[in-house]
Design a protein around this ligand. Structure first.
Ligand code: TXA
Ligand code: MG
Length: 316
């Protein structure tokens, strides 16, 4: 078993492995990441290969603190304010690459921007500090599948040969919010772990906010369980399992996992991917999901559910 506890010795070994070009599964507060040295073209190429990820889809670069970004990207006043308010935490900023930026061009997928984030998870923090290099890390799932929020999910998806640092269950449970700051108006590319309302309180209205947004590089079908997913579930149809939310669960389901019986969106986000995996593994014809309010973390949850329910042959 390659899931190891985050002892100082294991973090040291993981940092050395990263620096010498190997891939590691790492915990973050959002989801587990498949981490590689972002300065190393071969390590970055290996990330794409391990995930089966299309090479036009760029990666997020993780660092221990905003100061480490100085040689990599150009941060304007907006970026600094957002960094001061939300880092470390589940926010990713897309910024212009600085001239001479040493990060592999493959990580940017040929764009002149780089997505960057300072994760809050203490194990990720310790590892990034030790590694001393920027770390490219997409979610540690096969491309198109459900993101991992437990170390076992990573091993199940990418193989047990991969070394995974055990950071427990991810507390946020959905990926980071992605903001594009490469143009004068800030644009929301992906709703995520920081609520849009909190960001807009600082930046003013974001372009692209609202339900059903489309981010570049994000496929229509994503986060998909093997079984079909039906949204806005009422009463059960056939032998469906129910992904519930709130106190009023509709009738007719024998298998129910409730994201949050009290209707708490942060709790629902934290449970989302693990419950989708659990329901997918039960004997049922499909999964029906109850409606989730379209505000706060509900935006991120609904975004993931819509993609999970999208037709699977839309490999845009
Ligand atoms: O919470 C997270 O962000 C997790 C953890 C591991 O940090 N990572 C994550 O990475 O979700 P990934 O690769 O699964 O999703 C990154 C998204 C993709 O949709 C990609 O298209 C977008 O970020 N992205 C990356 N670089 C970009 C860029 N330069 N411009 C626009 N979008 C970018
Ligand atoms: Mg992903």
């Amino acid at each position: 078993m390659a899931i190891v506890p985050p002892t100082p010795a294991n973090i040291d070994a993981a940092a050395r492995a990263l620096r010498s070009g190997n891939l590691i599964g790492i915990p973050t507060e959002t989801v587990y990441g498949l981490a590689g040295n972002a300065l190393d073209d071969r390590a970055v190429a290996a990330i794409f290969a391990a995930k089966g990820r299309p090479q036009f889809n760029p990666l997020i670069c993780h660092v221990a603190d905003a100061a480490a970004l100085e040689p990599l990207v150009v941060m304007d006043a907006r970026a600094r304010a957002l960094a001061a308010r939300f880092w470390p935490g589940p926010l990713t900023l897309v910024l212009p690459r600085r001239e001479g930026c040493p990060v592999s061009l493959l990580a940017s997928a040929g764009l002149d921007t780089l997505a960057v984030r300072v994760p809050a998870h203490p194990v990720a923090q310790a590892l990034l500090e030790k590694a001393g290099v920027p770390v490219a890390a997409p979610s540690a799932n096969r491309s198109g599948r459900i993101s991992p929020t437990r170390p076992e999910h990573v091993a199940g998806d990418l193989g047990s040969g991969l070394l995974v640092l055990d950071g427990g269950t991810c507390t946020v449970g959905v990926e980071s919010t992605i903001l594009d700051l490469s143009e004068p108006q800030a644009r929301l590319l992906r709703p995520g772990g920081v609520a849009v309302e909190q960001i807009e309180a600082l930046t003013g209205p974001l372009a692209g906010a609202g339900p059903g947004i489309k981010a570049p590089g994000m496929l229509a079908s994503h986060y998909a369980p093997a079984k079909p997913l039906r949204l806005d579930a009422g009463a059960a149809r056939g032998k469906e399992a129910l992904l519930g939310f709130g106190p009023n669960v509709p009738p007719g389901y024998t298998t129910v996992l409730n994201l949050s019986p009290s209707g708490n969106l942060a709790e629902a986000a934290a449970n989302l991917f693990a419950y989708l995996r659990q329901l997918d593994a039960t004997v049922c014809d499909g999964i029906a999901a109850m409606p989730i309010p379209e505000n706060g973390l509900g935006l991120a949850i609904n975004d993931r559910l819509r993609r999970a329910a999208a037709p699977r042959d839309v490999a845009a």
